[in-house]
Design a protein around this ligand. Structure first.
Ligand SMILES: Nc1ncnc2c1ncn2[C@@H]1O[C@H](COP(=O)(O)OP(=O)(O)OP(=O)(O)O)[C@@H](O)[C@H]1O
Ligand SMILES: [Mg+2]
Length: 321
């Protein structure tokens, strides 16, 4: 494909807005069954952290060398500081992260004993943010829209992306001619009306349209319906092992996955929207950017552990392709 395009990534700038999360892993050995309850006792040997949700989309963009800023909300807690430090180390601008005493940092802690996940503990608030916080979020992103080449909205339904926040964002971005890419959640997509591109996975697309996954061709039906109802330029439905389908008003393009073996599919959706945004911000058309996103997803699912894409991996894969 186009090596010049990859070279343009370092000159591109993307603003990410969404539900940021901290992924935490507690690793250990299962030493015995607890005398207190029928659960294993795990002796902790190490802990590690990784970016999650919108923070992971930002990490993918940074991995591609794109100038990346992140608007999100974290709590005034230790986990919030850990996440901010991690983002800073990755080279992601954190001055737009809002620290709130009204909610904790979203944290997903996985306990892994003898390399098997034993349990996951979630710390989160997911009610919509208060009206004052909505205004603060709108003020923060409004100052950035002119400077960026594309905006990514990463919605994990934790309450940041209210109808008011989304409609202010989409209106302002549209009036400045900046593309808005949204990774959606939930059943009601009317709040995404007027966005440029939506990237639901096949389950989310079916759910949003009330179409059963047992119906033949449910992806095509859902993709076309979302495209016509939401006034978007395109809908990219990711289909797990079946790759992805790009719905535009005059065409549908199916891209099979490029993965040859699969180790870990966690976070592949974050890689898809990040690479798509990087491509568009660097001047690629939708088809080229989607092909690139598909290749990037193929690379991350082949790697062990949640990883984000890196420019060098993409260069290598592209040269092979
Ligand atoms: N099992 C798989 N085999 C091959 N490719 C895969 C597989 N799962 C995911 N992919 C690749 O990753 C892309 C995104 O995956 P998927 O459709 O599962 O998104 P997602 O459900 O949003 O992911 P997540 O929520 O885990 O981030 C797919 O379009 C495909 O290219
Ligand atoms: Mg997803």
């Amino acid at each position: 494909m186009n090596i010049d395009l990859l070279n343009n990534f370092s000159g591109a700038s993307v603003l990410v807005i969404g539900d940021v999360m901290l992924d935490r892993y507690w690793w250990g050995d299962a030493v015995k069954i607890s005398p207190e309850a029928p659960v294993p006792v795990v002796r902790l040997t190490k802990s590690s952290i990784a970016t999650g949700g919108a923070a992971n989309v930002a990490a993918n963009l940074r991995g591609l060398g794109v100038h990346t800023k992140l608007v999100g909300m974290i709590g005034i807690d230790q986990e919030g500081s850990l996440l901010a430090d991690e983002l800073e180390q990755l080279g992601i601008g954190i001055d737009l992260l809002i620290r709130s005493d009204a909610r904790p940092t979203t944290v997903k802690t996985r306990v892994i004993a003898n390399n098997q996940q034993v349990t996951r503990i979630d710390q989160e608030a997911n009610e919509p943010i208060e009206s004052v916080a909505e205004d603060e979020v709108i003020t923060v992103f409004s100052s950035q829209l002119e400077k960026c080449d594309a905006i990514v909205v990463s919605d994990y339904a934790k309450g940041l992306l209210t109808t008011k926040v989304l409609s202010a964002l989409i209106d302002k971005a549209n009036s400045l001619g900046k593309p808005v890419l949204i990774d959606p959640k939930g059943k009601d997509y009317s709040k995404y009306q007027g966005a440029t591109i939506l990237t639901p996975n096949r389950h989310e697309a079916a759910d949003a349209c009330g179409i059963s996954e047992a119906e033949p061709d449910f992806v095509s039906k859902a993709g076309s319906r979302l495209l016509s109802e939401l006034d978007c330029r395109a809908v990219l439905v990711t289909r797990g092992e079946d790759g992805m389908s790009l719905f535009q008003h005059d065409s549908v393009l199916h891209l099979p996955t490029t993965a040859r073996r699969v180790f870990d599919v966690t976070g592949a959706g974050d890689t898809v929207i990040a690479t798509l945004a990087a491509g568009i911000a660097a001047g690629a058309d939708l088809v080229v950017a989607s092909r690139l996103a598909n290749i990037a997803a193929g690379i991350v699912v082949e790697s062990v552990g949640t990883t984000h894409i890196r420019l060098d991996d993409l260069r290598g894969a592209e040269l092979d392709a």
